[in-house]
Design a protein around this ligand. Structure first.
Ligand code: ADP
Ligand code: MG
Length: 421
């Protein structure tokens, strides 16, 4: 996709706009590549994430919408308690490449996403205190987006929630990159293709020093540390599955921000009828019954369950409609113990899936009601006393009626979030 209309070809070490020196690749999406850059001027943060969009017209237009939304969140009310939980834009400009004109957005630099954390947990989930801290901050960010900016995010999911990292850690990553340049060595492939927060080898959980010791033992001779680091990186390159470089992310002081306003829209100006990533898609969106802020709350509920258990609350089979929708609706029915009949009567798609308040062509006997509280106890072996308040909280977020669903502000006041134990 590095061709006309596509991604901008970027090399490590390039200086863009005469100001941003490219250090590492951070990630990529449908629309863009994102790079860790050093700001060579003293007019802003020293490190930024630079999102460089594909150049085709369509992508440029989407980028303009994203910039408008980011501008709104940047300027409306910096003193709001949720402001610091939205990844903020620093600057925006255009870049020229052989593939065309690319919109570039520099943003405050963040660390790995919650998806990285879930992977690191081997999909077993994270401690409930961590879940509380994270969800509280997500909800604060959403009160700002919803109540103040009138923006619907439309794509709340672990991938789009990023963890704040220490500037020193960023500096150490850059240090490694610069070491390669100094030594005149070729940059490891992962620095330009893979993402910054994953390592190539599962086995290598030991510290670099420990590995050096083993390495020396094997070779029966001592080894210069600098040279060893290079070897280590290429060794990790050659090996299997990714994992996080450091377990420090799930610290008790975890701070997160909501990222990727690339799909966001205005309360009074939607860009699409079909929003959200399948597993986090709200009931009203599936039913074609219109959507607003409550759709983000539904996704937040799904995400809270996933962070706590390591598994998705709803993972419908297939991705082709209508069968995926039907399976999704069955799962929602089973998890909530039914869907009120009046909800099944409004929406562009309801006739396709419901008849007289019942799921079409699905015999009652094939549905097995299994409510969240019981799932937590039976499947995840939670104590009933812990399962009850958490399930209660989740059910207020995945409430079928968007009008009755908790708002972000209400959820922040909920008993489960306020309780400390
Ligand atoms: P797209 O709209 O193309 O999906 P995203 O904004 O989701 O682009 O960014 C793609 C990836 O880049 C993210 O999943 C994340 O890994 C990384 N990323 C994005 N913004 C930042 C940031 N501010 N700091 C660090 N990494 C980021
Ligand atoms: Mg994205």
């Amino acid at each position: 996709e590095y061709d006309a209309g596509g991604y901008m070809p970027v090399n490590i070490g390039d200086v863009l706009k005469g100001q941003y020196k490219v250090c590492r690749k951070l990630g990529w999406g449908h629309f863009s590549t994102v790079w860790l850059c050093k700001n060579l001027f003293e007019d802003g943060p020293m490190y930024v994430a630079l999102k460089i969009c594909k150049s085709a017209h369509m992508f440029a237009a989407v980028a303009q919408d994203e910039i408008k939304l980011l501008q709104e969140t940047k300027t409306t009310d910096p003193n709001h308690p949720g402001y610091k939980h939205i990844v903020q834009m620093v600057d925006t400009f255009r870049l020229l490449s052989v593939n065309g004109i690319h919109t570039a957005i520099s943003m405050e630099i963040m660390g790995p996403s919650l998806l990285h954390i879930l992977i690191q947990s081997d999909f077993r989930g994270i401690h409930i205190d961590g879940v509380k801290k994270i969800i509280q901050q997500v909800l604060k960010g959403l009160t700002y987006l919803h109540d103040v900016c009138k923006i619907i995010h439309t794509d709340i999911k672990p991938e789009n929630i990023l963890i704040k990292v220490d500037q020193n850690y960023i500096r150490s990553i850059i240090g490694k990159t610069e070491r390669f340049t100094e030594l005149g060595l070729e940059m490891p492939r992962s620095y330009v293709t893979a993402d910054c927060w994953v390592d190539r080898d599962r086995e290598l959980k030991d510290s670099d020093e420990d590995i050096l010791a083993k390495f020396e033992e094997q070779r029966g001779q001592s080894y210069p540390y600098d040279k060893f680091l290079i070897e280590l990186t290429s060794f990790r390159e050659r090996h299997s599955e990714p994992r996080l470089t450091s377990p420090m992310w799930v610290s008790p002081n975890i701070e997160i921000k909501i990222a990727d306003l690339g799909n966001a829209c205005w309360e009074d100006h939607h860009f699409s009828n079909e929003i959200q990533t399948r597993q986090y898609r709200a009931l009203e969106v599936i039913l074609g019954a219109g959507y607003s802020f409550p759709a983000d709350i539904w996704s937040t509920g799904c995400m809270a369950f996933e962070l706590a258990t390591g598994e998705m609350l709803f993972s419908p089979k297939g991705d082709k409609d209508p069968s995926a929708n039907l399976d999704h609706l069955c799962l929602i029915w089973e998890t909530l113990g039914g869907i009120p009949q009046y909800i099944t009567e409004t929406g562009a798609n309801v006739r396709q899936y419901f008849h007289n308040g019942r799921l079409k062509n699905i015999p009652e006997s094939s549905l097995r009601v299994w409510k969240i509280e019981d799932v937590l106890v039976d499947k995840y072996k939670w104590k009933r006393v812990d399962a009850i308040p958490f399930a209660g909280f989740l059910e207020s977020l995945v409430e079928p009626d968007p009008a009755l669903r908790f708002t972000a502000a209400m959820a922040l006041q909920s008993e489960w979030l306020m309780s400390k134990d």
